[in-house]
Design a binder for this molecule. Structure first.
Ligand SMILES: [Ca+2]
Ligand SMILES: [Ca+2]
Ligand SMILES: [Ca+2]
Length: 325
């Protein structure tokens, strides 16, 4: 058998963003579906480690922000999660060593102020222009009233990330444990998860838009095709309008699974479909993300196969998901 190299390139806005070199064993099959197309791929080192990785998000140029529980680069000993930024090296065909975004983007533990302030910064949403990151943090958590997490935003100004600002009420609340922010394809609608009263149970997904003065309006529960009595969180929308999200509803493969639903109108979604057994397993399969280009799908999972330890980030071809309506 001869060795043949297939270069799999994701493109966006005319710019090559993300390149993976893959070796196939038989050139005769190169034009057909191969194991490469069908496989679930581990992102590999240096992104995945023996600690937990997850919650990734991409800018249009392929730069990735994600979170990790790795302790060898944490902003403080015992810090549970920090945000990291990583770029892909097209020369070597692998990711560069990720960079801890540092304080003040990441908060150090402040349990002396309140025992809930563990320094848990996670669930980044990177805007396509690479200049804004929304994320969840416990830096303002309070035991009474119990407020575990809120949403924050930071902007890159002249090459420096600004001190994160709280996205205040009615997005962050004192009782909702807001998390998993996301911007829909329109570039304007902010969606997030919250346990606030009035939902279908547990964590539900809500969306909001700004009024003419730039203030976020009352968030709208995304309805029963998205939200159930189980946990729902982490929207991400593709160019076709399909939104991918995490849910623990019945009918999946066990634990948390990733589901898809097509947008019908503002705040209105078609029936949710499980993405199928390539992506979803009996373990926790969560927090979908879409790299630049149309054909890849990424997420994180506690699946034990092909893992570098704890939770890892994976990708597969989008064709391996069964989300089509
Ligand atoms: Ca790991
Ligand atoms: Ca729910
Ligand atoms: Ca699962």
């Amino acid at each position: 058998m001869k060795i043949r190299s297939i270069r799999f390139k994701l493109k966006t806005m005319g710019a090559s963003a993300f390149l993976v070199s893959i070796v196939l064993l038989n050139p005769a099959y190169a034009a057909e579906s191969s194991w490469v197309d069908l496989a679930v791929h581990n992102f590999g080192a240096p992104i995945n480690t023996m600690w937990a990785e997850g919650e990734l998000s991409f800018a249009a140029d392929g730069t990735m922000v994600f979170c990790s529980a790795r302790q060898d680069m944490a902003v403080a000993p015992g810090d549970p999660k920090d945000l990291y930024i990583a770029t892909f090296n097209e020369t070597t065909g692998s990711w560069n060593t990720p960079v801890n975004m540092g304080i003040p983007i990441n908060a150090a533990p402040a349990t002396d102020v309140d025992p809930l302030r563990l320094g848990d910064d996670r669930e980044p949403w990177f805007t396509a222009d690479g200049n804004t990151i929304y994320f969840k943090s416990d830096r303002l958590a309070t035991t009474s009233p119990r407020n575990n997490s809120d949403l924050f935003v930071t902007h890159k100004v002249n090459g420096t990330w600004t001190v994160p600002e709280l996205i205040g009420y009615p997005i962050s609340t004192d009782a909702g444990d807001e998390h998993c922010p996301a911007i829909l394809n329109d570039g304007e609608t902010l969606c997030f998860a919250s346990r606030r009263a009035g939902g279908y149970g547990g964590s539900d997904i809500y969306c909001s838009n700004q009024d003419a003065n730039g203030n976020w309006m009352e968030p709208i529960n995304q309805g029963p095709n998205i939200n159930t009595a189980a946990e729902e969180f982490h929207f991400t929308q593709d160019a076709d309008g399909m939104v991918y999200f995490t849910s623990g509803r019945p009918g999946g493969y066990g634990g948390m699974d990733i589901w898809g639903a097509m947008q019908l109108a503002a705040n209105s979604w078609g029936p949710a479909r499980n993405l199928g057994p390539q992506v979803n397993t009996a373990a926790a399969d969560m927090c979908p993300s879409l790299p630049p280009g149309a054909d890849a799908f990424t997420w994180f999972s506690s699946r034990s196969d092909n893992s570098l330890g704890s939770i890892d980030i994976f990708w597969t071809k989008k064709v391996n998901t069964t989300s089509s309506p």
